[in-house]
Design a protein around this ligand. Structure first.
Ligand SMILES: [Zn+2]
Ligand SMILES: [Zn+2]
Length: 340
């Protein structure tokens, strides 16, 4: 329980006269989740914050403090539980119509059955990726605890990208930026050139690409889509981007170029790892992220695996490495090597 005299003022800060930033602390290396509240004729909120009951109370308290007992819309950038966890509580207490990209609907509206299905699929894929069973079992038992804490939320509006939606007295353009998830959305306010960038563009970290399990349109990784979605933002006039975690980004173009370069360098390192003789996805993940080697298994191990897989599959598609299957395990080797 939160003490009744808890001071919410430290979590709430105006970024424009009619836009309020709500800063929700989370017990995770990302440290916080950002919510953005638009005041005016059609009060609206971007993202709902995390799923934990205690944190949901913080979100509600901060919204009350910011003066929002009624919301017309709650826009969700994507279907990760740190962004939509409190959505249903907010919907019930404010009457908001909850909106997200239609591709995100299964994870938001039927989160428990959907995540169970995805975790089963990941577990089945683990052997092919060379992910050790004891690590995979521990990681997915942590993930299953999240399922119990997640609350499904019905969507009142399913978006595609390209729409204009009301937020306070402003209109936001909906920009579909797939890659981190299939239906990730950014929201763009063209008058002032401000972009609410969710997890697609952040100030100090690059997001993890989606692992589509089962594959989506024949693809397992969202990494190529993620890079094209970054390229797309380059054509927009953005003065400031307000991300889903961390501080605002003022030099948006430079951050986009940095992220694209970062992935290019990681692609080179992945190719080097294969040249050096690291063969399975998990081996390459340990080569790219040696810091996870000595840590007790947690979600970072899975994130490392997804990153390595994404880069290996791009190299495979570009003909720079090739994959063969040996006893059910995928092994990557330089494209020039002769099979044994
Ligand atoms: Zn996310
Ligand atoms: Zn996030």
């Amino acid at each position: 329980m939160i003490p009744s005299d808890f001071d919410y003022s430290g979590l709430v800060r105006p970024i424009r006269e009619d836009i309020i930033h709500i800063d929700i602390p989370i017990p995770h290396v990302l440290r916080n989740v950002n919510l953005y509240l638009f005041l005016g004729r059609e009060p609206a909120l971007i993202d709902a914050g995390p799923f934990h009951p205690f944190l949901a109370e913080v979100v509600e308290g901060a919204l009350r403090y910011a003066g929002s007992s009624h919301l017309s819309y709650l826009y969700l950038t994507h279907s990760h539980i740190d962004h939509f966890g409190s959505a249903d509580r907010i919907r019930r207490s404010t009457g908001a119509v909850v909106a997200a990209h239609r591709y995100e609907a299964p994870r938001i509206e039927r989160v428990r059955s959907r995540l169970r299905r995805e975790y089963r699929c990941y577990a089945d894929l683990s052997a092919a990726l060379g992910f050790p069973k004891e690590v995979s079992d521990s990681v997915f038992s942590i993930a299953h605890r999240w399922i119990e804490l997640s609350e499904p939320c019905p969507l009142g509006l399913k978006l595609e990208g390209g729409e204009r939606v009301p937020a306070g007295d402003r209109l936001l353009e909906v920009v579909h930026t797939p890659g981190h998830t299939a239906g990730h959305l950014c929201f763009y306010e063209p008058e002032e050139g401000i972009l609410f960038s969710g997890d697609h563009l952040m100030r100090s970290i690059t997001p993890n690409p989606e692992l589509y399990c089962p594959p989506r349109q024949g693809r397992l990784t969202g990494l190529p889509q993620f890079i094209s979605s970054l390229e797309r933002l380059k054509d927009m006039r953005v003065e400031t981007a307000y991300p889903g975690h961390g501080r605002p980004i003022s030099n948006v173009r430079r951050r986009i170029d940095f992220n694209i370069l970062h992935h290019r360098k990681r692609l080179e390192k992945t190719e080097e790892a294969v040249m050096e003789g690291w063969r399975t996805v998990w081996e390459v993940a340990l080569r790219l992220f040696p810091q996870v080697r000595d840590k007790p298994p947690d979600v970072d191990h899975f994130l490392a695996l997804k990153e390595a897989l994404g880069h290996l599959l791009i190299l495979e598609e570009g003909g720079r490495v090739r994959r063969r299957e040996e006893d059910g395990v995928w092994r990557f080797e330089p494209a020039t090597a002769r099979p044994n």
